[in-house]
Write a protein that binds this ligand. Sequence first.
Ligand code: IPE
Ligand code: IPE
Ligand code: MG
Length: 248
Amino acid sequence: MSLKEKVDLTRIPQHVAIIMDGNGRWARKHGKNRIFGHSSGVNSVRETSEGCAELGVKYLTLYAFSTENWSRPITEVTALMMLLLKTIKAELKTLLKNDIRLKVIGDISKLPAGVAKELADAMKRTANNKRMDLILALNYSGRSEITRAVKEISLRVEKGEIAPDSITEELISNNLYTAGIPDPELLIRTSGEMRVSNFMLWQLAYAEYFFTEVFWPEFTREELYKAIIDFQNRERRFGKTSEQLVTK
Ligand code: IPE
Ligand code: IPE
Ligand code: MG
C-alpha cells in the first residue's frame, strides 16, 4: 500500500500551513550557496501545492518571508525577492491551469514595487479560481498582524462605531490578514527546528504541529502524505476527555 493510499480522503485538513525551513543548511550540505537552496525550494513549493490540491486541501499557507528575514545579508534578501518575482511569473500559468487562487498575508506594501505589482496581478488573475487557495506569507509577522488588528479595532471604538464590549474573538479574527479563512488544522515545519518563529500566532491556537528533520528542498509529496497521515492518527480533544469524544 502506497503512502498516498494510506491517506484518509474523508478526513483531509481544510487548511495546512507550512514553515518552509532549511534551504540554507540543505545547500551547505551539498556544497552550494544559500541562494541555490532557495531556488531548489521552489520545486518543493510546486510539489506541495499540487499534492495538497489533489488531496482536496482547500487552503495552503506557506511562510515564505518573515519580517525578521529583512535582517539577513542584503545579497540574500535581494536574491529571495528576485526569486519570488521570477517564480510568480513562471507559475501563473500553472496556477490558472490547476484552478488555484493566489493570496498573500503580510505587509506587501514594504516589498519591492516590482514584486508587489506582480503579486497583485497574479492575485487578480487567479481571483475566480476555486480548487484551492495558495496563501503566501510575505513580510509576515504574527505579532504585527495582531497589533495591526488592535489598531484598526481601536480606531473604530474611538469613532464610536463599536463598543469595547462588542469586541469578540470573531471580530479580532475578521481584522487579521486571514479574515474569512478558517484556522489551519495542521502546521508543518521542516528542518528539525521546533519553534513557530512569529507565524500565525492567533490562528494556530489549536493546530496540530508536525515537525520533520527533512530540509525544505527535500520535502516531496511523500513527506506531505506522512504529515497528513500523522495528523489523521491524532486525537483532537479541544479540552475534552478522550471518553467524551467517543460518546459524542
Ligand atoms: C527557509 O530556509 C527560507 C527562508 C526563511 C526564506 P532558511 O534560509 O531559513 O534555511 P536555514 O534555516 O538557514 O537552513
Ligand atoms: C522562518 O524561518 C521564516 C520562514 C520560513 C520564511 P527562519 O529560518 O527565518 O526562522 P528562525 O529565525 O530560524 O526562527
Ligand atoms: Mg531557517
